[in-house]
Design a protein around this ligand. Sequence first.
Ligand code: BEZ
Ligand code: FE
Length: 292
Amino acid sequence: MESHELGYFTEENSAEVVAGRNANAKDARVKQVMEIVTRHLHAAIKEIEPTQEEWMEGIQFLTKTGHKCDDWRQEFILLSDVLGVSMLVDAINSRRPKGASENTVLGPFHVGDAPEYEMGTDICLDQKGEPMVVRGRITDIDGKPVEGAKIDVWQANDEGFYDVQQKGIQPDFNLRGVFHTGADGTYWFRAVRPKHYSIPDDGPVGALLYALGRHPYRPAHLHFIVSKDGYDEVTTHIFDPEDPYIHSDSVFGVKESLIAEFKPVDQPEKVQEMGYEDKYWDVEFDFVLAPK
Ligand code: BEZ
Ligand code: FE
């Protein structure tokens, strides 16, 4: 018998000894996952060769991460976000044919019961910020308009805060809403130009970012969930390419296909036609749904 089969632990055979102990696992998937995690974790420890003090620091980091979690704050998801793991899991689970809209991270600020609006409604309820019109088309992969698609949109305000982060300061449901497309598949609504913001950085994940010389900012974006029965649901953002953090999103959410153009419109007749007093921003972005 080889030493790992006897259960004797050495530095060399450590991963095999541990994985071998799971031979009678009840769930084959759990067994497979733990075999892979054990193999990679042991390889990492062998490469790092931590001191006992360093290992304790790692344990304390995870302990603080757990202690920071409550019903509202999920520090482990934030850790997964800044390590790029959330985006990787999302990419694996949303592989789509070429031409279909791409996914990105959901983030923690979506609410399930946002109000439903008619097309053209202003989702900014406090009139703060630079006016913006967002418009486009929802089509299938062959370019045919998708009727009855649900567009669930939410965004931060012009200071980089979501309504749920500023209860009592912003009106409830500020800058969020649900729209449904008609027969032509088009959508449009009014909002305000969003601003970049920091992910929560007052916990262990923020401390880790600063220790790594990283900033906690996300470039300005609007979140969308676009869905319709029979199609793969798209959870995504559109991004402002002029944002200073567009190439260094702290959670790696930016994809080239999700970059929109924020065009300033200041021709008096266009401004007047849209009912604004001064200039506004025009953002056109189409979504393409892949069959399920
Ligand atoms: C967001 O875009 O809302 C977000 C995503 C990941 C972490 C924090 C916020
Ligand atoms: Fe966001």
